[in-house]
Write a protein of this length. Structure first.
Length: 304
């Protein structure tokens, strides 16, 4: 069992380094991918040089085993922007059934976030190694915080903050998930949201986002829409519990399903000591069309 909001340990007693991450289920196993920030901050900054993207595995999420770097900065191809001095954040991984490949997308940037692009990498196994095949600005637009979302019809989407974070964009991926196919839509225009996490429930799409205040917590808001590329509407702060106005001191990164329940992953950033940033996994419910993220002290929840 893990204490929400705190640093989590792996099965070897080392702090889990999987920030801005996602969880994927494959062949009865769970895989947690995220930014490895396990080094000291660069002096006087809130950044840690890029190390790579970690992968942890688990049978039941009661403990996590470190599988190593699924993507190691040392293996970056020549000319790649994936370099220690740059930024490689918020990795998300989907399995493509047609190609049998695991596809990872991540936010790729220069240290001052002026490139605003993505990198795409593929692997034959969930634990990697992932090989970088593309670095770009999707549809020639800037792209910062991002997630991947697989729709009920099997299409996959890159959902990313664009227009200097003012607008969220939903960019459809090619059938093999390794590129954008040119079709995209805008959502929450001029609302300045980031850290998107999406889910679908009973005919509606829901998107939880944070405001844009760097590493500092702010109020999460959720938006809903009948169609993925329809008129998204911001509804309210979904958080319930102490500190709900500051998203329990966290920031959204991904929504996944387990045993018929839905969960939101949060990062609890420690900007001055990023490697000690904590995590939460909290239950998400939709009742009478209202989405709620309830604070609970542990994950998995303690039986009452
Ligand atoms: C907020 C984003 O959500 C994080 O992923 C990171 O890019 C920080 N900003 C950097 O300030």
């Amino acid at each position: 069992m893990f204490e929400n909001g705190k640093i989590w340990m792996d099965d070897a007693g080392r702090s889990i380094q999987a920030h801005g991450g996602c969880i994927l289920q494959h062949d009865g196993m769970w895989y947690w991918y995220g930014e490895h920030k396990g080094a000291e901050n660069c002096p006087g900054t809130t950044r840690v040089d890029v190390i790579g993207i970690s992968c942890y595995s688990s049978k039941d999420m009661n403990s996590w085993h470190y599988e190593g770097l699924a993507l190691d900065v040392k293996d970056s191809p020549e000319g790649s922007l994936i370099q220690p001095e740059n930024v490689c954040e918020r990795p998300k991984v989907l399995y493509n059934e047609k190609t049998g490949k695991f596809v990872m997308w991540m936010h790729l940037d220069t240290p001052r976030y002026t490139y605003a692009g993505v990198a795409v990498a593929v692997a034959d196994r969930p634990i990697g190694p992932f090989t970088v095949i593309r670095e770009m600005q999707p549809n020639r637009t800037d792209s910062r915080d991002m997630t991947l979302f697989k729709d009920v019809d099997g299409t996959a989407w890159l959902v990313h903050s664009s227009d200097w974070n003012k607008t969220l964009r939903l960019s459809r991926l090619t059938e093999d998930f390794t590129d954008v196919d040119g079709f995209y839509a805008s959502a929450l225009v001029d609302q300045t949201r980031e850290a998107p996490a999406l889910m679908y429930r009973d005919g509606k799409y829901y998107m939880i986002t944070s405001g844009c205040s760097g590493w500092q917590p702010n109020s999460a808001l959720y938006a809903e829409c009948d169609h993925l590329c329809g008129q998204w509407k911001l509804i309210d702060n979904p958080c319930e519990g102490d500190n709900y106005r500051r998203t329990f001191e966290g920031q959204s990164t991904y929504i996944f399903e387990k045993d018929g329940k839905t969960y939101l992953m949060l990062d609890h950033w420690k900007p001055k000591n990023v490697k000690n940033s904590g995590y939460s996994i909290l239950p998400v419910t939709v009742e009478n069309g209202i989405l709620t993220v309830k604070w609970q002290a542990t994950f998995p929840e303690q039986a009452s």
